[in-house]
Design a protein around this ligand. Structure first.
Ligand code: DMJ
Length: 640
């Protein structure tokens, strides 16, 4: 109609001349192209862009169990069920929609599933500003009761997470030692903050930050890794700085190549712990949900065994160049279980649990040489690629996560238990050795040939065997505790003469727990030996473990403390240190935390309620009484 009034437009039909029609069509198509093209220039967070330019376009085809599309479907379903409208002023993505669903306590869910409790239990988190303004106080360590459901979760713990008096030991000497560790943490943190804020690690000699390439462009690894340590130590000003950084500056829109394992144990683990300890879900939950989704495409392989490296932007994943024949690494794909189960618990999305259960199923089914689990597995064929077995690097935390999965499931995960004790039996039969000098150690196994070498990383196994002792066969319990003590003793023996230990030590060529190669003599502030002291102290209360821990504190002070932080050293056999100029983030999350716990009462993060992930981030045991049963009840799981 409008056209009729235009000059030069005839009244017949549309009334346009051919040339006018052509110009008009040209104009229209130009406009459409312009609008669509403009989408490319919008920030990633804009919803329209997400709708039109779905990330799945760049994903490899999925064959394994479940897929990222399952997650998207799930998100869609949730959204359709309502309650998922983005808050005003916030960017909206499917993911953020999910994350805005309040974390529901296990107890609340249980009640809802039973058809009893009303929806008030699903209290929405307070707004960002409200939460941010709920500043922490030193007495409550910042714990807020943001949601009723969080309170309910806390109500299900057997003991208060921080103990009666934040774990303060009554013995003044022990308390002094604990205060010393706290001072070390503050010193390490202050220097990180001063010289490397927002970077991944501090370079304490050159006084600058290190980014590295493990986290795919993500920043602030030392911040995320420190959240829970600062919190349990009562360093509240520092904790609040760390929390504020997460809320305002942690950027997940990175496009780099990340280690699935490292991002999981440090970022996912660190954020989960921070949430469970403090209840401050704003941004923590959002970030966790978004990060979880970003990791899922790594599982898009024919077997569902994830590849080791993932581009957090595109979702493309591949195997490490150094891993034989495109294989995935046992200690990497076997160290996801604890965090992924908690991601499912918080999001009420079973996909994370399904992914790790699929790995478990495959490993359970596959034939194992002498009952052992080799370190390399093809994510395409699902077969072992090499017969190299190690309790140290490449294998270590797979075993750790078996027993901890069992413990974290409130001892209901029978498969994890069977696999753990089966693996331990095979390890004892094939790898555990006694040196001529009477030291017990874990050798490495290469297709039946033993390499009489033990890595520093393998020293975590003292603690692992210790915490698993009680649930072994009754006739084996004392034996496991003895074995744990022997391994811990051997690792302590390797800490000489600086009282710090080498990266790897050997028991051949006349050596006893000694690094014979120059290239094995370095110490990079690793926690594993101290980790075993902490567990053995909790299990036996033998005072020697605290004495050994104190030796390590003094050695760290003498050899690793420099003017602006702590640094690894190049040779543990030289009294004049040569520093490597790196304060690893695990020094803050693990080494100092385990030392602090060693000098604290057992009621600080009691083992009855918490398991530590492999980066020492405490995760709560999921009680039978409030655990979600996704498989049976998933349809009735979400509020309609
Ligand atoms: C940590 O990142 C974790 O403990 C991991 O499992 C192995 N190594 C480092 C610390 O040595």
């Amino acid at each position: 109609m409008v056209f009729r009034k235009l000059p030069g437009v005839s009244a017949s039909g549309m009334g346009l001349r051919l040339s006018q029609k052509f110009v008009f069509l040209l104009f229209l198509s130009g406009l459409v192209t312009l609008c669509f093209g403009a989408l490319f220039f919008l920030p990633d967070s804009v919803r329209l862009k997400r709708i039109f330019l779905s990330k799945t376009e760049t994903q490899p085809v999925t064959v394994g169990s479940g897929s990222e599309n399952d997650a998207r479907e799930h998100l869609k379903r949730l959204k359709n069920q309502g309650g998922m409208t983005p808050a005003k002023g916030e960017t909206s993505t499917k993911l953020k929609s999910l994350s805005r669903k309040p974390p529901v306590s296990y107890e609340a869910t249980e009640e809802r599933l039973a058809g009893g409790k009303a929806q008030e239990d699903l209290t929405l988190p307070r707004s960002k500003t409200e939460s941010a303004s709920a500043k922490a106080t030193s007495s409550d360590h910042g714990a807020s009761s943001d949601t009723l459901s969080y309170n309910k979760f806390k109500g299900c713990l057997l003991k208060p997470p921080l103990g009666r008096d934040n774990g303060k030991p009554s013995d003044p000497k022990t308390n002094e030692r604990r205060e010393k560790v706290k001072e070390m943490m503050k010193f390490a943190w202050d220097n990180y903050k001063r010289y490397a804020w927002g970077k991944n690690e501090l370079r304490p000699l050159t006084r600058n930050g290190h980014i590295g390439n493990m986290f795919g462009g993500l920043r602030g690894a030392s911040i995320i890794d420190s959240l829970d340590t600062l919190y349990i130590m009562g360093l509240m000003e520092e904790y609040n700085d760390a929390k504020d950084w997460v809320q305002t500056s942690l950027d997940l829109n990175s496009n780099g190549e990340a280690s699935l394992f490292e991002v999981n144990i440090r970022y996912v683990g660190g954020l989960l712990s921070a949430y469970y300890l403090t209840g401050e879900e704003v941004r923590l939950i959002d970030v966790l949900m978004e990060l979880g989704e970003k990791l899922l495409p790594a599982f898009n392989t024919p077997t569902g065994i994830p590849r080791g490296v993932i581009n957090l932007g595109s979702g493309t994943s591949w195997s490490w160049g150094w891993a034989s024949a495109g294989s995935s690494i046992l200690a990497e794909f076997g160290t996801l279980h604890l965090e992924f189960v908690h991601l499912s618990e918080l999001s009420r999305n079973p996909i994370y649990t399904e992914k790790v259960m699929n790995i478990r199923k495959l490993l359970n089914k596959i034939e194992k040489p002498h009952g052992l689990y080799p370190n390399f597995l093809s994510p395409v064929s699902g077969n072992w690629v090499q017969h190299h077995v190690s309790i140290g690097g490449l294998g270590d935390s797979f075993y750790e996560y078996l027993i901890k999965s069992y413990l974290m499931s409130d001892k209901t995960d029978g498969d994890a238990k069977t696999m753990y004790y089966g693996a331990l039996e095979a390890i004892e039969a094939n790898l555990v050795q006694k040196s001529p000098g009477g030291l017990t150690y874990m050798a490495e196994w290469r297709g039946g040939i033993l390499d009489h070498k033990m890595g520093h990383l393998a020293c975590f196994s003292g603690g692992m065997i210790g915490i698993g002792a009680d649930d072994g066969a009754p006739e084996k319990r004392q034996h496991y505790l003895d074995l744990a003590a022997e391994i811990t003793h051997t690792c302590h023996e390797s800490y000489t003469p600086t009282k710090l230990g080498p990266e790897a030590f050997r028991f051949d060529g006349g050596g006893e727990a000694t690094a014979t190669r120059l290239s094995d003599r370095y110490y990079i502030l690793r926690p594993e030996v101290i980790e075993s002291y902490m567990y053995m102290w909790r299990l036996t209360h033998d005072p020697k473990y605290r004495e050994w821990g104190w030796e390590a504190v003094e050695a760290l002070e003498q050899h690793c403390r420099v003017e602006s932080g702590f640094s690894g050293i190049r040779d543990v056999y030289t009294m004049t240190a040569s520093h490597d100029n790196m304060q690893q983030s695990f020094f803050l999350s693990e080494t100092l935390k385990y030392l602090y716990l060693l000098f604290s009462d057992d009621d600080l993060l009691p083992l009855e309620d918490w398991v530590f992930n492999t980066e020492a981030h405490p995760l709560p045991i999921i009680r039978k009484s409030y655990k979600h049963d996704f498989h049976e009840k998933s349809t009735s799981f979400f509020p309609l």
